[in-house]
Write a protein that binds this ligand. Sequence first.
Ligand code: GLV
Ligand code: MN
Length: 198
Amino acid sequence: FDPDSLQDLCVADTYKGIKVNGFPCKEDSNITASDFFFAGLATPAPINNSVGFAVTQANVDSLPGLNTLGISLNRVEYSPNSGLVPPHTHPRVTEIIFVLEGQLDVGFITTANKLISKTIKKGEVFVFPIGLLHYQQNNKDKPASAVVAFNSQLPGILVVAPALFSSSPAIDNDVLARTFQIGTDKVAERLNQGFLRA
Ligand code: GLV
Ligand code: MN
């Protein structure tokens, strides 16, 4: 859903400080194959957060040749015994997942609050439609990993729990207490603990 490109290629030049919808293009004479190459998905990233996942992103920030091309990839690791990519959305983007290893319980929620969920295993594919909240969890006792692709050079991510409980500045406690129908003491507990701690 990124805009169509108007030229063969436009390797991101991130040094000019000009704000456009995407990045300005690098001079042709400075373009090399390495602008179109990224080795970062070759090995699993270490999992170092409290919910048990790790993501490596092959997007325009790590692979400048993607600028204006409207696609990108992530590699995701899930720890055994409930490793979770918690509910989140990429507001402008559709995501497709391919399981590299293991098994995942995946789902998304429609605007009618209908949960569409399925268990998917190595080699299988599932789609999370544009903008909808989705998650993946590894409920097996072995590690799992996946590749996910997006129709954007820079999908962005809005994770529900940290967005609400770790925003800066913080959302008023009463808003969260009423939203979740819990006491402000519970909200304060959550706020103190933080979310997705490293
Ligand atoms: C998984 O849903 C991801 O966005 O990496
Ligand atoms: Mn996602």
